[in-house]
Ligand binder design. Structure first.
Ligand SMILES: Nc1ncnc2c1ncn2[C@@H]1O[C@H](COP(=O)(O)OP(=O)(O)O)[C@@H](O)[C@H]1O
Ligand SMILES: [Mg+2]
Length: 271
């Protein structure tokens, strides 16, 4: 039974960086700043639902003051430092599988070429279908230990599905050198083995597996450029996070680690 007075109360939803402090839940709905592409994105989200993908929020409308309303997806979202339940092998496999389901439906939805899709974190090669581009733990809703919802499509843009897999790998394996990984993730995660599990969960083709380590390096460079843009623009959230997590030296280490282990990743993905 609802407690009197609670029904209309807004609950702040935390976890994101781009809209930190501006996302609220009101009963079954979420209200958040509308991205620039909200009109096109809402059409896309409705099309996903019509084509059978029910794991994304359903858009409900836009407000006069530039906010959007979407359905709240019930479940658990892992926030940093990430708990062990979100980093099990089954959780990882299910992220791969849900991303594959998204892509199969997304590939059937025409992309509006007149929309100025965001370039931040987008595949530099472009593509014919919309990718999510930000499948980090904070943007995945779990139920019963499995990925059951994808939220926060703000950075969606046309790209290759492989780019989305690379982005997801960065966050879910994670593709971080051990010092960075241990600061945010449970200890003892085996990166090559987990990369393979994600690829298997997705059902990645052999050709894409051969390319994946290289695309992860490109995606990491895009993420670094994204942070650099925000820090150069004086964004306080990104500036503080960069300083707390070890500055640009950490990014240097991360990128070196990827190059050093490229062959190992390729071998494990293909064996
Ligand atoms: N539709 C939704 N269903 C369930 N949880 C949501 C939904 N939208 C947002 N959240 C929760 O709110 C947090 C922040 O929302 P998000 O839209 O991802 O913000 P940001 O753009 O800052 O990343 C998410 O990490 C998630 O925990
Ligand atoms: Mg988010």
């Amino acid at each position: 039974m609802a407690v009197e007075g609670e029904a209309t109360k807004d609950e702040a939803l935390v976890g994101g960086m781009m809209n930190a402090g501006a996302v609220v839940r009101r009963r079954t709905l979420v209200e958040r700043p509308a991205p620039r592409t909200a009109h096109a994105l809402h059409s896309y989200l409705l099309a996903l639902d019509e084509h059978g993908f029910d794991a994304a929020p359903t858009p409900v409308g836009l407000t006069a003051d530039g906010r959007e309303r979407l359905t709240f997806i019930p479940g658990d979202v892992a926030l940093s430092p990430f708990p062990r339940w979100a980093m099990t092998q089954n959780a990882l496999r299910s992220v791969g599988s849900l991303l594959r389901q998204l892509h199969e439906v997304s590939a059937t939805i025409p992309v509006d070429p007149d929309v100025e899709w965001p370039r931040d974190l987008a595949d530099p090669k472009g593509g014919t279908m919309l990718c999510h581009n930000d499948v980090c733990p904070e943007n995945v809703v779990f139920r019963d230990g499995r990925a059951a919802g994808l939220i926060d499509f703000d950075l969606s843009a046309p790209g290759r599905p492989l780019w989305d897999v690379a982005m997801a790998a960065r966050y879910w394996v994670p593709m971080l050198e051990p010092e960075s990984a241990v600061a945010l993730y449970p200890a003892g995660l085996d990166a090559p083995a987990r990369l393979r599990i994600l690829a298997d969960g997705y059902g990645l083709s052999r050709q894409d597996r051969a390319e994946l380590p290289d695309v992860i390096e490109q995606a990491t460079a895009s993420c670094r450029a994204f942070v650099a843009d925000r820090v150069a623009g004086g964004d306080p959230v990104y500036t503080q996070a960069l300083a707390e997590r070890g500055g640009w030296q950490r990014w240097d280490r991360m990128q070196e680690w990827l190059v050093t282990h490229r062959l190992r990743f390729t071998t494990v993905l293909l064996e």
